[in-house]
Structures are given as C-alpha cells and as structure tokens.
Design a protein around this ligand. Structure first.
Ligand code: HEM
Length: 493
C-alpha cells in the first residue's frame, strides 16, 4: 500500500485516513513475522510437534492439542486482536491454568499475579522496549526508575494538579462549544472516545516533553505523533508506521531541554505557575554536581515516548469505558458521588482492562518455579490475560455485567451477592516490582475529568456504533470504536 504523506511540525508523517484505527490490523498482518517469537521452539518438523505434545515438561498442563504442538493458533488469534477473548474461552473449558503454546502457560487464579510478577519480563516480547523503563533489564530498570522517581512523587503529583486542572478546563470548554447550552436545552453529539484521548495525550505529552506539543484539544484533532502510534496498534504493529518520525520528534524535544535546562522555569512559565510543575522530562534531564545525568539522549527520548504512550491510552480506555456505562445505565449516572466514582472506574477497568495484553514474564530460576501448584521449567513463558480472567464467574459474580457496587463495602446489590468475588483477580495497574509507576496520577486525572464531565453534562449513548463500544480488538491497547455520546448541558444556579 502506498502511503499518503503530510508535513507537520517540520517532519513528514503518514497522512491520517478517516479509518485511522483500522489501519492497525493491516499493519499487524504485514508484520506477522514479529509475532512468531518461537526462537525456543523448533516446530518445523513432526518429531518436534510430537515431542511438544507427548514428552515436553509442560505436557500435563490442560490445553487443546493443537495449541500444545504449535505457536500458530496463538499467533493467529493475536493478529486478529481477539486473543484475550479466546483465552477466556480456554480458561472456561480447561480451568485456571492453560498451556497456550509449546512453551507458554496462562493463569487465571488471583494468586498468579503476585507469583508471576516475581519473575523477570520476557525479553522476546519486551525487546522493542529495551531502551525504556518498561522493557529494561533489572539493572537498567533501577537506574531509570531512580531518575524518574522525582516526577512521580507525592510532591510532584501535588504540583501537577494545577496543570491537570488547566487541561480539564480546556476539555470542558471545547465540549461546551460542541454541545452548547441554548434556551431550548441545546447539546450536541460528540465522539468522546476521541476527545478523551485528546485530553489524555495532551496532559502526558506536556509532562513528558515539558510543554504542550500536541495541542490535540485546542485543534480538535490528533497530532500525527498520536495518530501514527494509534494506527500502529499502539506499538505492536508500529514498525512500518511513523516510528522514525516519532523518535525524531522526541529526540528534538530532548535536545531542546538539554540545550536549555532552565527553559522549564522561564518567565513565561512563572507567569502561569507552570514553573512549579515537575515534568517527567525535567526529572530525566535536570542535573547537578551531586546528581549527574544518568541517561543518554536516546534513553531519555525512548522513555519520554514510553511515558506518552503508557499514560495516555490507558487512562483514555478507563475513562471511555466508564463514560460508556454511565451513558448506558441511568442509575449509574445518578449515583456518581465521589466514593461511587472510584467504584465506577474500578469496574470500568475490570470490564475493559486498559492494558489488554499479557505482559509476559519468564521463569528465571535455573531449577524452575512452582506457580499455582504447577511446576514450570526454566524459560517457561508466563501469561495473564486481564480481560480473560476478569470475566470468569469463578472470579467475579455476574462477570459480564457492569456493577460498580461490587467494589463498595456492600455484600449485596439488587439481589446479587458479591461475597465470592475474588477482587485480586482484577489488577489493571499490575502488581510487584514492575507495576505501574503512575497509579496515583492516573486516578487523580481520571477522577478530575469524570467529575467535571458529569457535573456539566447529562450523557446518553447516540447511535448503533456507540452501543458496540466494548466490542473491540485488543493489542497493546484496545483499538477503540467511536463513542458517540449525546451531551446535554446541565444548567446549574
Ligand atoms: C488507567 C491508567 C493506567 C493503567 C491502567 C496503567 C497500567 C500499567 C500496567 C499494567 C503496567 C505494567 C506493565 C508491564 O508489566 O509490562 C504499567 C507500567 C507502567 N506505567 Fe502505567 N498505567 C496507567 C497510567 C499510567 C500513566 C498516567 C503513566 C505515566 C505518566 C504510566 C506509566 C507507566 C510506566 C513508566 C510503567 C513501567 C513501570 C516499570 O516498569 O517500572 N502509566 N502501567
């Protein structure tokens, strides 16, 4: 396919198409080789397949026969963006522990989270992220975490609150233009999936690059940096779209910061209080004699890029899913008080875990490891598929229903009892030494924007596309459908 090009911010980018998000699948299929990381498994001959089935140390772990012999079923469903749903079906048939490929096992019991997360990340799957904190090995991870920590401290989050509030104001004022209040009520229809994404990307790009480079909210469109990243399936299918420009763009921002370290505290920023904001890029580039710079330019750019992506679509998914259910179930909208809002967000992240993929670990102990009662040899890949396990009745009563009350201190709601719910199964921010660095900032951002949204508007689903919102494909992020919501301004005294 010949790509159309456009110039933006001095770089040539692939041109956005009206079906931007659907591009991802095409590129994933073209890049299928990327999804066959079966270095450890020679499956080219029948003998090897027979070995995988009959003699392999994982042979006793329940699984469909084809999956135990070959990597192909796993890869096929992954490319189609449906693997998490298929793994869910496998757990229903085979139980909490299922062998997904010759050398890969998935778990659904809540105890697995902690036990698996003690192991190191799978270097094959995190290879593309090896320069940033997400994929760094243990030694490099400590170094990067140490450098970034000041950008995520309680003090930093307090200082960032004003910046968040500014973006919430801009978000609401843009929506008010699209859904104005008039004498006969007014309102309008808005794709909130896109607008929440504009909001989240603007905030995180500001904190990651140190200024507001994307201006998605102000312009009402995705910056090509965002568009190309989304069109690549959120990193996984990105080799062919935009990666070079994204990196070039990030490097230019980093160079700017390094050449002008005081830029984050200049007069213009002092005037609007932004000099107090501890930006992530500031944490990575600010140096002193006692605190020399510990990261190369490329590492800083790679981490800034990671932060933009890790901190944007995740929050967007949680918010969009919450909005979908708020707009679908009138009762939820009526009850949106502060405590209930947290429950709504937690239930939204259970129904649509913002990181839909497996985040695989590998058994690192030479002598193997025991997980959920199974002995697993050195090198076994360990998966948890969040959507798959969040929707098992063993873990959550009425698992396919949206019931925020299950997260409140009540035993029963409308005849449904939650005493058997295994809350630890839903871990949207992961657990253990590599869990999310930014859980507090994420909750703050989500609560602020959701509170202002429902304060200003009544929300109602609009059209057939919006009704299908939860039914989407999952890669590194969900390829979200459009979420058309009818916004009706609430007039308050
Ligand atoms: C609803 C919002 C969010 C969710 C559900 C979420 C979820 C996660 C998950 C599941 C991981 C573990 C990934 C793995 O094991 O490979 C993770 C890691 C990470 N997240 Fe988040 N995240 C959110 C928001 C954010 C934000 C706002 C930022 C930054 C601004 C951020 C930055 C990171 C970073 C840097 C890591 C890597 C931590 C490490 O390896 O030490 N996340 N996140």
């Amino acid at each position: 396919m010949r790509q159309r090009k456009m110039t933006f911010d001095g770089l040539v980018w692939a041109r956005p198409s009206p079906i931007a998000h659907r591009g991802a699948q095409e590129f994933l299929v073209r890049d299928a080789s990327h999804f066959l990381p079966c270095k450890d498994v020679n499956e080219t001959n029948h003998l090897q397949r027979a070995y995988n089935l009959l003699l392999h140390p994982l042979r006793n772990i329940p699984s469909p026969k084809l999956w135990t012999c070959s990597q192909l079923p796993y890869t096929y469903h992954w490319i189609r963006g449906e693997l998490t749903f298929v793994v869910h079906d496998l757990h229903k048939i085979y139980g909490d522990t299922v062998r997904l490929t010759p050398n890969r096992v998935a778990f659904a019991h809540p105890d697995a989270w902690q036990q698996i997360r003690e192991n190191g990340k799978d270097p094959v799957w995190y290879h593309m992220s090896r320069l940033n904190i997400l994929g760094a090995d243990r030694k490099n991870h400590s170094r990067v975490l140490r450098t970034l920590a000041s950008g995520f401290s309680a003090k930093a989050i307090q200082a960032q609150e004003g910046l968040l509030a500014g973006y919430v104001d801009l978000f609401i004022s843009q929506l008010k233009k699209l859904a104005p209040a008039t004498h006969d009520g007014g309102g309008g229809v808005v794709d909130l999936s896109a607008w929440l994404s504009f909001f989240a990307f603007d905030i995180i790009a500001d904190l990651s690059f140190g200024e507001s480079p994307f201006n998605c909210l102000a312009n009402g469109v995705y910056h090509p940096w965002v568009y190309t990243w989304l069109a690549g399936g959120g990193g996984d299918g990105q080799k062919k779209i935009g990666l070079d420009q994204q990196l070039e763009y990030a490097l230019a921002q980093v160079k700017k910061r390094l050449e002008d370290p005081d830029g984050l505290r200049d007069e213009k920023r002092k005037a609007n209080g932004r000099d107090k904001v501890i930006a992530f890029i500031g944490a990575m580039t600010t140096t002193s004699n006692s605190n020399p710079r510990e990261m190369t330019e490329h590492e800083i750019a790679a981490n800034a890029m990671l932060l933009v992506t890790a901190g944007s679509e995740t929050a967007t998914t949680a918010l969009a899913c919450a909005v979908y259910y708020i707009a679908s179930i009138s009762q939820v909208q009526k009850r949106l008080a502060e405590e209930y809002m947290l429950a709504v967000l937690d239930e939204a992240m259970r129904r649509m875990p913002p990181v839909p993929r497996n985040m695989p670990r590998v058994v690192g102990a030479k002598g193997g490891d025991a997980i959920c009662g199974w002995y697993l040899q050195y090198g076994t890949v360990l998966d948890i598929w969040p959507w798959a396990i969040n929707h098992l009745e063993n873990n959550f009563t009425k698992a396919y229903d949206f019931i925020p009350e299950r997260w409140l201190d009540v035993d029963e709601f409308e005849g449904v009892r939650f005493n058997k719910d295994r809350y630890g199964a839903s871990q949207p921010f992961s657990v253990g030494p590599r869990n999310c660095i930014s859980k507090n900032l994420a909750y703050l951002e989500m609560r602020m924007v959701l509170a202002r949204l429902v304060w200003n508007f009544d929300l109602e689903l609009f059209g057939e596309e919006a009704k299908k919102f939860p039914d989407c494909k999952g890669y590194a992020v969900w390829i979200k459908r459009r979420l058309y919501i009818e916004l009706k301004p609430v007039l308050r005294d």
